[in-house]
Design a protein around this ligand. Structure first.
Ligand SMILES: [Zn+2]
Ligand SMILES: [Zn+2]
Length: 296
């Protein structure tokens, strides 16, 4: 994409500023504030960045974990998160920024019932279901090399991909976050190129998304990680479309102010290249047109 005009936005009280590009995009659907244990961004910083950079709509998707002892198990209450987002939405609406109350729920089949209960009792504007690295997972920094040794690629990714497919089949979520973030944990023992040569490994996940009507997320955070590609890659976004996928969303998964909307335009471009002309966003699946300039 051609570079647009640049703007400078103050992001802290002591005048720390970020200079960045005006993007003029309809949505960043995956953002963490300081109400996530691994993020440090006050919500008004996102409001200011969105107003300055031309992002019309944001989903605040702070973490909620269901495993006792996990970092986001009881980090912030539902009421605290909802109040924070709703109040910010009132402050930023007049500046042309719509802020939605979303959530990123860590999924595992062993606590699917608790997620179902949580969603029955609490209303969100947008829900992401994501599989994250569990404490006892084979992908931990000290275990991953041993896990990869002597196993086929299918066997290596199975603990993660099987869980992601189950999340998609559950039908509980509007979208599934970063479906192949496992490539981050596997790098450099398994490279993105190796995974790219076995796209069929993704098919159970992609079919489950299609059949449950769940959106695929194009998560651009991978472009700032060693893997240097989105979760999932452009080729997998295209494969999803070919297999019947009709719902896609795009998010930067920012945890720091400078990560806001990071490489977001690449995510839009991949969706368009795959054949999508709109994003699907929110409970019930509202359609948001992708700007014409992305259409080849
Ligand atoms: Zn996540
Ligand atoms: Zn996230």
């Amino acid at each position: 994409m051609a570079s647009g005009p640049r703007v400078t936005v103050s992001v802290t009280a002591n005048e720390e500023a970020i200079e960045s590009e005006v993007l003029d995009l309809p949505l960043d659907a995956h953002l963490h504030t300081d109400l996530s244990p691994d993020a440090d961004v006050p919500i008004d910083v996102y409001g200011a960045l969105a107003a300055a950079r031309g992002i019309a709509e944001l989903a605040i998707t702070d973490h909620v974990d269901f495993e006792r002892g996990a970092p986001a198990y009881d980090y912030a209450t539902f009421e605290q998160r909802e109040r924070t987002v709703r109040e910010a939405a009132e402050r930023w609406g007049p500046h042309g920024v719509t802020i939605r109350f979303g959530v990123e729920l860590t999924y595992d089949r062993s606590w699917e019932g608790e997620i179902r209960d949580h969603l029955a009792r609490h209303h969100y504007d947008f829900t992401i279901g994501s599989v994250h690295d569990r404490v006892d997972s084979p992908y931990g920094a000290r275990r991953v090399a041993a896990w990869v040794g002597g196993r086929s690629l299918a066997e290596i990714v199975a603990p993660s991909f099987d869980e992601v497919a189950a999340a998609a089949r559950s039908g509980l979520f509007d979208t599934i976050g970063h479906i192949d973030v496992v490539k981050r944990y596997l790098w450099p023992h398994v490279t993105p190129d190796q995974l790219a040569r076995a796209p069929e490994l993704y098919d159970p996940i992609l079919h489950a998304l299609v059949e449950s009507g769940t959106a695929l997320e194009v998560n651009t955070s991978g472009l700032r990680h060693h893997v240097q590609e989105t979760y999932p890659s452009a080729a997998i976004v295209a494969r999803f479309r070919e297999l019947g996928g009709r719902r896609v969303t795009v998010g930067s998964d920012a945890h720091r102010a400078h990560q806001f909307a990071f490489s977001l335009a690449d995510g839009y471009a991949y969706a368009v290249a795959a054949g999508f002309d709109a994003l699907t966003f929110g409970r019930g699946g509202r359609s948001l047109a992708i700007p014409d300039r992305f259409v080849r």
